[in-house]
Write a protein that binds this ligand. Structure first.
Ligand code: ZN
Length: 323
């Protein structure tokens, strides 16, 4: 963990996560009149200690934090926003779709439970698995407390001044509905959230809260961003990205292969059955099982939109290949 300077006035702060993903990268950007933090971490004691250690190392007093910007509202990015706000009084900015997601998932989660169980049921998940998956949501929800008292929304296209540069906000959907990336054309830096990551493929899942076809929107967004001139991309997990078009090409290839294998194994199967064929059995924790199923659904529903699959729906969706 710790703090690494990644560019002039920009520091990567690596915070621990209590699951296999291991860590999340947040960023602290310095200006003459204070600091901007990009992303907040998941709230648990080790992450509090890590923020405190990072602030000491950067000689940053919490009251010097001018604002927080969240690339998206997944718990590992949103979870400590309220804790940081409590000490700094800094406003928290995020895209409107992400604010909606945070309110549904973290701030009023009871509303989601019924819709969510139905979503997994129609994917063919057994009832005991559904119950265990719901328990995971509760567990994560607790690690987003306390919540920020105020959230402010920002839109794609606006320019933000931070770390001595101007950054343009770019909408990059797929991993989450409203994820925003920030691009500094002056030195071709990109804060790329979880849109493009090294070593691991960003999670693209169809969740109860997702708009239709997240994979289609993700792939379209990768196409649109492949030509962006990026010298260094700073992601939410793992290492910085130096070969932007090269990494995008690998991710495109990965999804093309996944779509092919899933199309082949989807004949007469539910999403849950396709997931069991696509992911190594027994290796998935409860937490990972939900992601694997959401990811399988995103691919299958994309194949339906592409007219390679159709389905019978008698409460549980059974997919078939189209002739
Ligand atoms: Zn994420």
């Amino acid at each position: 963990m710790g703090v690494i300077q990644v560019a002039e006035h920009i520091y990567q702060v690596r915070l621990p996560l209590p699951f296999r993903l291991d860590h999340v990268n947040c960023y602290a950007l310095r200006d003459d009149d204070g600091w901007t933090l990009v992303d907040a971490g998941l709230h648990w004691p080790d992450a509090e200690a890590a923020w405190r250690a990072a602030w000491a190392e950067l000689d940053l007093q919490p009251r010097q934090i001018r604002r927080m910007i969240l690339t998206h509202a997944h718990p590992d990015h949103f979870g400590m926003a309220g804790w940081v706000q409590a000490q700094s009084s800094a406003p928290v900015y995020l895209a409107a779709e992400e604010e909606t997601f945070a309110r549904r998932m973290w701030m009023a989660p009871a509303m989601e439970v019924a819709a969510s169980a139905q979503h997994w049921r129609s994917a063919g998940a057994p009832e005991d698995v559904i119950q265990r998956m719901e328990a995971q949501t509760d567990h994560l929800q607790r690690m987003t407390l306390p919540h920020p008292t105020a959230l402010a929304t920002i839109e794609a296209g606006i320019t933000v001044q931070m770390g001595g540069r101007k950054w343009q906000a770019i909408h990059a959907p797929g991993h989450s509905e409203g994820q925003l990336l920030f691009y500094a054309a002056s030195d071709r830096l990109l804060l790329c959230g979880d849109h493009v990551l090294m070593k691991i493929t960003p999670h693209i899942g169809l969740w109860p809260t997702s708009a239709p076809d997240p994979l289609g929107r993700y792939l379209a967004s990768l196409d649109a961003l492949a030509g962006l001139e990026v010298q260094l991309a700073l992601p939410g997990h793992r290492h910085a990205i130096h070969d932007w078009p090269g990494r995008i090409a690998e991710l495109q290839q990965h999804h093309a292969e996944r779509l092919t294998t899933m199309a082949e194994s989807a004949d007469g199967a539910t999403a849950f059955q396709v997931m069991e064929r696509a992911f190594p059995a027994g290796l998935l924790s409860e937490h990972e099982l939900r992601f694997a199923l959401a990811e399988t659904l995103a691919h299958l529903e994309h194949l339906v939109i592409r007219r390679q699959l159709n389905y019978d729906d008698g409460g549980v969706r059974v997919y078939h290949r189209r002739e």
